[in-house]
Design a protein around this ligand. Structure first.
Ligand SMILES: [Zn+2]
Length: 119
C-alpha cells in the first residue's frame, strides 16, 4: 500500500477516534483531552484503552464499543506495519476498500465469506 494513502487513512482513523472520544467526553467524563498531533498513535490507543476502564464505557452502545475497538485495532496495525493485510488470508486488502472503510481487516472475499457463515 502506498505510504501517502496509508497516511491519509491514518489521519482519518485518528479523526474518527477523536470524534468518538469527544462524544464520550460529552457523556460526562472530563478526563479526555483533545489530541491535535497526528503522530501519536500510541497515545491515542492508550487513550482508547483507558476508556475501556472508565465507567462511561458502560454507557456506550454495543455498536460504539465495536467501532472504538476496530479503530484502535486499525491504528495498532498501522503502528505495527501490518496494516492493509487481510487477517484471514494474508493478502493485501484493496486500497479502494480501505479508503472507504479504514478499519477493514478482511479483504472483500474473506469478508463476504464470513458474512455468509454468520447467516
Ligand atoms: Zn482475505
Amino acid at each position: 500500500m502506498r505510504k501517502k494513502v496509508q497516511d491519509s487513512i491514518k489521519r482519518k482513523l485518528i479523526r474518527k477516534m477523536n470524534e468518538l472520544l469527544e462524544e464520550l467526553k460529552g457523556a460526562g467524563d472530563d478526563d479526555i483531552s483533545d489530541v491535535e498531533s497526528e503522530n501519536v498513535i500510541g497515545d491515542i490507543v492508550d487513550r482508547a484503552n483507558s476508556v475501556y476502564e472508565m465507567q462511561i464505557y458502560d454507557k456506550l452502545t454495543e455498536k460504539e464499543r465495536i467501532n472504538l475497538q476496530e479503530i484502535s485495532d486499525a491504528l495498532k496495525r498501522i503502528e505495527g506495519g501490518v496494516y492493509g493485510k487481510c487477517i484471514v488470508c494474508g493478502k493485501a486488502i484493496e486500497e479502494r476498500r480501505l479508503v472507504a472503510i479504514p478499519e477493514a481487516k478482511m479483504c472483500i472475499i474473506c469478508k463476504s465469506a464470513a458474512e455468509k457463515r454468520k447467516v
